[in-house]
Design a protein around this ligand. Sequence first.
Ligand code: G6P
Length: 368
Amino acid sequence: SRGGKGGYAFYMEKEIHEQPDAIKDTVAPHIVDGKTSFEAEGIPNSFFRENQNIVVIACGTAMHAGLIGQQLFHTLANIHTDVAVASEFTYTNPVIKPGTLVIAVSQSGETVDTIEAIKYAKKKGAKVLSIVNVKGSTISDISDYCIYTHAGPEIAVASTKAYTSQLTVFYLLAIHAARLNGLVSEEESSKFLNELQRVPEVIGQILEKKEFVKKMTSKFLLSENAFMIGRGLDYSLLLEGSLKLKEISYVHSEAYASGELKHGTIALITDGIPVVALVTQSALASKEYSNIREVQSRGASMILITRESLYKDMNIPEDDTFILPEMDDMFMPFPAAVVMQLIAYYTSYTKGFDVDKPRNLAKVVTVE
Ligand code: G6P
């Protein structure tokens, strides 16, 4: 049952384990006769044409889901997509043409910054599609269309299953758009959907190795600072992984696009600093290899998260490496997300913090 902590030490741990079901339940209503479908929500196909503009607005973890969504819309569907932090949106005079599709993402559906941004966009003539977890919430009410994530109640302040459920909706939408635009064939699109339907099982495989992740987190216990490096989808994923670690374990962590480190803060990589490198994208692995050598030569204490096919070239001991199950490159954010959640969870847990109620943070923020 989804009530109580179900034998887990904290709600966060329980919610991490509920992800296979959350994703299954979120996918199910949107595959009809083997094809993506948003008919039940009445969403017009015209929203997913290549000449459409999409603006994702959200806060915190939901905004990070949008950053992955942006890359999916670009890669699969050739649709220009911006991502805006909801609290900044109205101050930047965003160009919203009538008919622009705003995708608002929110677990609670009650975040006031997101609500204000939606109202502003609607005034400028945008249509609003929201991705919301809580049924009947304000954001689902004021949106033109709403797609629900089916993560069930999320109680831990740090979002886990809501985030991966939001990602799931973005995958479905991007595959849908690619299909409508004729950019993927029916075969390719069903190949992608099959891969999406493998995610719950793949997450199960990660959860079986959680004790290994726990051991790896010893590197964060003595350090006040950490860095996380990656490229492309890996970088977007690390922004969330890094936020998670900061939120609940109070380790100051910065996610950096690997190629940007040399333009900024590489001087802060000193002896013994933990650096997480996430390498899941085959096409980017060789570039990442050089970035890893750069930080290693400055004494970084590496944690590598990668996949078997890319590991052999990386030159990092097995004890410091988490090998992710193999999936199509585009789907690797799912297993990676769960490892990052476990890293944050075990760091906070081992330090003896109240994982579910980090200091100064609220689950639902109703002040601007
Ligand atoms: C708060 C929570 C975050 C969450 C953000 C957006 O700051 O602490 O975990 O990501 O609000 O919440 P929402 O309910 O709109 O997804």
